[in-house]
Design a protein around this ligand. Structure first.
Ligand code: H2B
Length: 93
């Protein structure tokens, strides 16, 4: 099982992620798109990297907004897997 990160490690790594917040042991970002179709197109782009990583975000879609939360459920908090996936998601438009 992936190792939980320390508070210091979380703080350091979160500072490198633009637009993400840390709350309740999760990384979170909300992206806003032109419309529902573009929001769904973005969500579909999350499939491949998530499957490749074997690590999957929690996704909430509200019309043109997509809220993404990443945490390691198996470990009960934030691990390196979460920051790695968040960095990949940050590159997707
Ligand atoms: C067996 C499978 O690899 C695990 O259940 C994976 C699947 N995807 C996952 N995704 C996330 N975000 N957290 C996990 O703990 C997790 N576990």
């Amino acid at each position: 099982m992936a190792q939980l990160l320390t508070e210091k490690e979380i703080e350091t790594q979160a500072s490198l992620l633009s637009g993400w917040t840390v709350a309740d042991k999760k990384l979170e970002i909300t992206r806003k798109f032109q419309d529902f179709i573009q929001a769904i197109e973005f969500v579909n782009k999350l499939v491949e990297p998530s499957e490749s990583a074997g690590h999957h975000p929690d996704i909430e879609i509200s019309y043109n907004r997509v809220k993404i939360q990443v945490t390691t459920h198996d470990a009960g908090g934030l691990t390196q897997k979460d920051f790695d996936l968040a960095a990949v998601i940050s590159q997707i438009n």
